[in-house]
Design a protein around this ligand. Sequence first.
Ligand SMILES: [Zn+2]
Length: 294
Amino acid sequence: MGNIAERIKSGDLLVSDGAWGTFLHQKGLKASECPELWNLDRREEVLEIAQSYVNAGADIILTNSFGGSPFKLESYGLGARTFEINRAAAEISREAAGDQVLVLGSIGPTGKMVFMGEVTEEDLFEGFKEQARGLIAGGADGIIMETMSDLQEAQIAIAAAKSVTNLDIVCTFTFSSTADNEYKTMMGTGIAEYLEMVRNAGADIVGANCGNGTAGMIEIVKQIRGIDAEIPILVHANAGLPVYKDGETVFPESPAEMVSQMRDLVVAGANIIGGCCGTTPDHISMISNLVKEM
Ligand SMILES: [Zn+2]
């Protein structure tokens, strides 16, 4: 357990950051480009994103490394530069964060599944280990595996991260609601099964990101708290559920609409609150103001 879980155990409610992907696209990232290569080639723009979330009042910011596993990077011919790209991602966020704000190094899914025979457990482990090594070398205060849905992949990612650091390990899954108000990942994993895996694997902080607006996240947090009253919970909610409008996917909730539900999210038991798709520094700034009031 590192700094972050300790602060939560001492009663702190922490604000995390908002979306990175959409922000990079606004800054001109093309669909064909590798987002993580910007850590090397367009460092200033990535730093501006990190800085904007620090300025908005976030206590924790993430890194531009969601697709930074060697498996994802290799689709751009960059697999051999995994360490360098992830180290740069963490260095950029560290520079924006200074010593007052915490940095969580982001690790997303690889898109490869062991049970489908697309990758071996050993290769997956080594790949995540290399990514985590880069993030820690760049100054991250912990690692977050996010938008995960495959129990086996997440378990291997946690083990790989724990093999290189004693700092906080966060693992959040993406759940969607089913017809009978259960929440499952696209692989069919429910909340109880997810929690059992992450706790056994030794994650310090659990939770959910993406796939839901704040309303859905409140339900997910209640269900986690029904099973575990103590474990720190991080939530990165989308700015509402996506709607398709004028040929584009948009996330409809304004900062005020989103923040109006955040108090209930905290009451339900969330300890770290921030945003996923569609959230901006304006959303984070309002969340930060709410947390100061609370
Ligand atoms: Zn998202």
